[in-house]
Design a protein around this ligand. Structure first.
Ligand SMILES: NC(=O)c1ccc[n+]([C@@H]2O[C@H](COP(=O)([O-])OP(=O)(O)OC[C@H]3O[C@@H](n4cnc5c(N)ncnc54)[C@H](O)[C@@H]3O)[C@@H](O)[C@H]2O)c1
Length: 262
């Protein structure tokens, strides 16, 4: 058996393709010769991004079951077979801010915001995995599903580093991202016999317009002494989609500069 790193010609659905990390993945996968379908919320520029990458674009709200079913149908119609899913979409604080006080103290935390976070980050991840996994199983060729968690699905935040910041961590995010790890392990053991690998990519904090005070405080907590660059995650996405990781399933691949190692 020869293990190939080459992603050329692999058929990949990338969900959550226009954000900080998703856009980087989309550009890198397209440049690697992947046959790419990118999907994202209707409020994003996913269709024009797809056009610029010579990929196919689909709009989808991943918290809506009928839209996820349709999205995967369209992706399959375009690609024939899906070899890989990068399940990257999530409600981060930015996208939830318009829904209410996403950073409210937990003692007064609005149930609607908690629910919305779970609906997108956990249920949306489940729905995408369910639809792609069913398709992969019926094709009988296996596949790779890459779900996305966060360091805050593994460790609690040091709330002090968010003092004086306009953004903070919030409870539904941690809970949903921890749930993604459990879901992944469940799906990996369910689909193992069908050759469908399911793993988690867990990124650490990615530098993105953070002020110096936050960057310094976060970096001090990181053995490699800096926040992630958005390109730091690309290697793991490629590895997990490629045949080089063909014996890996049910695992959590943490790319965090050592943040969770102390
Ligand atoms: N950036 C970081 O520091 C960091 C750290 C750890 C984990 N992560 C994880 O990495 C992934 C990408 O993060 P990012 O920083 O690029 O975030 P981002 O907010 O820039 O991007 C999130 C993407 O998800 C999409 N999305 C949100 N709600 C959606 C919905 N209902 N339906 C469809 N798409 C929806 C957004 O449109 C966007 O494309 C997320 O899963 C995030 O939790 C990011």
């Amino acid at each position: 058996m020869k293990a190939e790193f080459d992603l050329k010609g692999k058929r990949v659905l990338l969900v959550g393709a226009t954000g900080v990390l998703g856009r980087t993945y989309a550009e890198a996968l397209a440049a690697a010769g992947v046959r790419l379908v990118i999907a994202d919320h209707p409020a994003t520029d996913v269709l024009s991004l797809a056009q610029s990458l010579e990929a196919t674009g689909i709009t989808v709200d991943i918290s809506k079951e009928d839209e996820v079913v349709k999205c995967v149908e369209v992706a399959v119609g375009k690609l024939g077979i899906i070899d890989g899913l990068v399940n990257n979409a999530a409600a981060t604080s930015e996208s939830l801010r318009k829904e209410g006080d996403v950073f409210a103290p937990v003692e007064e935390y609005p149930l609607a915001l908690w629910q919305k976070t779970i609906d997108i980050n956990l249920t949306g991840t489940f729905l995408m995995a369910r639809e792609c996994g069913r398709h992969m199983k019926s094709c009988g060729k296996g596949g790779s599903i890459v779900n996305v968690s966060s360091i805050y699905g593994i460790v609690g935040p040091d709330h002090g580093i968010y003092d004086n910041q306009l953004f903070k961590s919030f409870p539904g995010y941690s809970a949903s991202k921890a749930g993604v790890i459990g879901l992944t392990k469940w799906l990996a053991t369910w689909w193992g016999a069908s050759g469908i690998r399911v793993n988690v990519l867990t990124p650490g904090g990615v530098l993105n317009d953070h002020n110096e005070e936050f960057e310094r405080a976060y970096s001090k907590k990181t053995p490699l002494g800096r926040m992630a660059d958005r390109s730091d995650m690309v290697g793991m996405v490629f590895y997990l989609l490629s045949d080089l990781s063909r014996y890996c399933t049910g695992q959590n691949y943490i790319v965090d500069g050592g943040f969770t190692s102390w």
